[in-house]
Ligand binder design. Structure first.
Ligand code: MN
Length: 232
């Protein structure tokens, strides 16, 4: 088909022993670890985790430098386990998620303009510009479930210049992966290629140009990026 201009290329993630994984959409879970919910001022016993999105073009992959974004003075990385789906649907049964729907796992960073997020929250406005900006979703290669197994626990950690900032266990997630996929699929139809950034443990804080971020989840490829100077 002829278009008015060339369509954007498909965004892909490398996947071990597989063809590249084409990314369709990026869903994110907010306040999915009790300790992080508390540090954000929420009550994990009362406030349930919630969903938001980033555009697929926000993926930063196989690029060692994350350019410091404009419009913020408080950039904060959040280390997250990323779930990659290769099957979609509506009303997906909880007990079929792990083996039928999950293609594999990756390590991601939910990059956040915390100052814009706070301002949006105070005014009750959407927080897309705090969460869904250019390059706001750095992501490692995918480890297929065949190699990783079903991930339901394991250490998740973020280091900045070698110092541990965030440390937790994915077993502490409030909304577990099967329930998360089920619930999302009752709200929207899911499709192959959808990613879910599953939330972050406590310890979030600002980073500045020159900082080296090392994000890890036990059993997965680490994600290492350096915060670059603002693009001009
Ligand atoms: Mn997050």
């Amino acid at each position: 088909m002829d278009y008015a201009f060339p369509p954007a290329p498909v965004v892909t993630l490398d996947a071990m022993s597989s063809n590249p994984f084409p990314v369709r959409r990026i869903f994110c879970v907010g306040q999915n670890y009790p300790d992080h919910a508390r540090e954000m001022g929420a009550d994990p016993g009362r406030d349930e985790p919630f969903f938001f999105m980033k555009p697929p073009g926000a993926i930063l992959h196989n690029q060692p430098v994350f350019p410091y974004p404009p419009g913020t003075a408080d950039l904060q990385p959040e280390v997250e386990l990323v779930v990659a789906l290769h099957k979609g649907g509506k009303n997906i049964p909880v007990d079929r998620v792990d083996y039928d729907y999950v293609f594999g796992y990756a390590v991601g960073l939910d990059m956040t303009r915390r100052d814009l997020q706070r301002a949006a929250r105070e005014k009750g406005r959407p927080w897309d510009m705090a969460k869904a900006f250019d390059h706001s979703a750095p992501c490692s290669a995918i480890t297929p479930e065949f190699y990783a197994g079903n991930i339901s626990r394991g250490k998740i950690e973020l280091k900045v210049n070698g110092d541990i900032r965030q440390s937790g266990d994915v077993g502490d997630m409030i909304l577990k992966i099967p329930q998360m996929v089920h619930t999302l699929s009752t709200l929207v139809e899911l499709f192959p290629g959808d990613l879910i950034f599953t939330g972050t443990p406590a310890g979030v804080g600002p980073v500045v140009p020159g900082d080296v971020i090392e994000a890890t989840v036990a059993g997965l490829e680490p994600l290492i990026v350096t915060i670059g100077e603002p693009a001009r």
